[in-house]
Design a protein around this ligand. Structure first.
Ligand SMILES: [Zn+2]
Length: 210
């Protein structure tokens, strides 16, 4: 059996969220110990809690909701690339040598993967528009990061989010790539089929190629 890496953050009430966003919460509608036939829970959470995708509606009123995002982006060959840059804008020069020429999917592994699930560090590194344009020339369909956003923490015009949409590149945010060696894998990170909203959790895994 090919090895599977779970690259998903665990979602609990203490999972870090963007400052100002609400924490995940759950409550029990029914409990076996109270005489119900099942344990039945409700969950309330931001669409951007833990490992998730952004629907284009997140940053563009003309964008689409998660249910309408193209599934092909979230499944297939993906390259994990570790960067040493700790803060500031990531350019093509920050990527490791020896990347394949075609990069349909790339997952950026930064120091952020070393942080525990309950820590938010606003000083994260973030891709530049230059990097996204460069990836587009290499056939990129999906751009994943272990950081909480693809734009700088204090960005309000979100140039990288918009550039991804311009090139039809989907994104994943808050992956956890600790202990995943650089290289090529099969990515499976299908979003929940949520309509109306702006993003959604994914269970992201990498499977070793055979
Ligand atoms: Zn997001």
């Amino acid at each position: 059996m090919p090895k599977i890496y779970d690259i998903t953050r665990t979602v609990t009430p203490t999972t870090a969220v963007w400052p100002g966003d609400g924490p995940m919460a759950y409550s029990w509608t029914a409990k076996k110990v109270d005489g119900s036939s099942v344990n039945l829970a409700r969950v309330e959470m931001s669409c951007h809690t833990g490992t998730h995708m952004d629907a284009t509606y997140h940053y563009d009123d003309a964008g689409v909701h998660p249910a309408a995002m193209p599934l092909e982006s979230y499944i297939g060959r993906a390259y994990v690339a570790t960067i040493s840059r700790e803060t500031g804008g990531i350019t093509p020069d920050d990527l490791p040598d020896g990347l394949p020429h075609t990069l349909q999917r790339i997952l950026i592994h930064s120091r952020y993967s070393d942080l525990p699930d309950d820590v938010f560090d606003e000083n994260f590194p973030y891709p530049t528009v230059e990097l996204i344009d460069w990836l587009a020339t290499r056939g990129c369909r999906l751009f994943g990061v272990d950081m909480p956003s693809v734009d700088a923490f204090d960005s309000t015009d979100l140039p990288v989010h918009h550039r991804l949409k311009h090139h039809d590149i989907a994104n994943l945010e808050i992956l956890t790539l600790k202990d995943v060696p650089d290289g090529e894998y099969e990515l499976i990170a299908l979003p929940l089929k949520l309509d109306y909203v702006c993003g959604g959790p994914v269970r992201a895994i990498l499977r070793e190629l055979t």
